[in-house]
Design a protein around this ligand. Structure first.
Ligand SMILES: NC(=O)c1ccc[n+]([C@@H]2O[C@H](COP(=O)([O-])OP(=O)(O)OC[C@H]3O[C@@H](n4cnc5c(N)ncnc54)[C@H](OP(=O)(O)O)[C@@H]3O)[C@@H](O)[C@H]2O)c1
Length: 247
């Protein structure tokens, strides 16, 4: 596939490397222009492009920017993009004192529903639950023990299946996580997020997610993260998420 990735940071570059490695043609973009990400694009097997070029003549676009920055992507960005192009939201919302709340999300609108409203297009929610370290290092062939599962939420079967297949191609198990309305079940503060679970455990985690308690559990996760030494690893974060959710 031809895949555009908007966001060339931790998760965008990890996705770029994994997807390029299995033969996809990847176009990587950030807000500051291709010249600022030439090196990371080269290293991960992608071409550095503008945001507009990342959505042009591609099969799938992954949005891997801080969730609130979706609001500053041009509302016309997808106007000329075919409805067949799958748009994946890999983001998570982070409350910010300096930037203020996104009132809809803090009021309970699922993050990807808000993203879809900003873009004026349906999205599939995926990759938000896997840390860049796990994505980079923990892929396994289908059938192997310990293969990490990634929830995929969306309202249409076709784009969801495309993303599930894509996840399978890079060493993880895509699991159908229901609709975008249900996608809060894989947001931060739920047991499905950042716990590196196998498929059956992930399905159980999705079903026992508690929307009301997620903010409180996320605050506890942040508190424990604040106690880590500066040299913490991705596994330390996975262990915190697991322990907070009793996994
Ligand atoms: N890190 C992880 O392990 C991980 C895992 C799963 C999901 N996520 C989610 O993925 C998103 C990105 O996280 P990250 O850790 O990769 O962040 P990051 O390392 O800070 O990278 C963010 C990237 O987005 C780009 N960007 C920001 N605003 C943009 C805009 N308006 N247009 C185009 N590019 C823009 C930034 O580049 P410029 O500033 O140069 O534009 C940068 O390349 C977040 O929503 C996060 O919650 C992260």
């Amino acid at each position: 596939m031809k895949i555009g990735i908007i966001g060339a940071g931790q998760i965008g570059s990890a996705l770029s490397r994994k997807l390029s490695a299995v033969g996809h043609t990847v176009f990587l973009a950030n807000s500051r222009g291709p010249e600022t990400i030439r090196q990371i694009a080269d290293e991960t097997g992608a071409s550095a492009v503008t945001v507009a070029e990342a959505v042009e003549d591609v099969d799938l676009v992954i949005i891997a920017v801080p969730e609130r920055n979706v609001a500053v992507l041009s509302e016309k960005l997808f106007d000329c993009v075919s409805a067949d192009v799958v748009i994946v939201d890999a983001g998570n919302y982070s409350p910010s004192l300096s930037e203020g709340p996104i009132v809809e999300i803090e009021g309970g609108t699922p993050e990807s529903q808000w993203v879809s409203q900003q873009l004026g297009r349906p999205v599939v929610k995926a990759f938000n639950t896997i840390l860049a370290d796990s994505l980079s290092a923990k892929g396994k062939a289908a059938g192997m023990e310990g293969r990490i599962a990634i929830p995929v939420a969306g309202d249409e079967p076709r784009p969801k299946q495309i993303v599930i297949d894509l996840i399978g191609s890079i060493g993880f198990e895509g699991v159908d996580a229901g609709t975008i309305a249900e996608s809060w079940r894989q947001q931060p503060g739920t047991p499905a997020c950042c716990s590196d679970l196998e498929a059956d455990d992930l399905r159980r985690a999705l079903s026992r997610a508690d929307k009301a308690r997620a903010p409180e559990l996320l605050a506890l996760i942040f508190e424990k993260m604040g106690q880590l030494s500066p040299s913490f690893t991705g596994d330390d974060l996975v262990n915190i998420n697991r322990s907070v959710h009793g996994l």
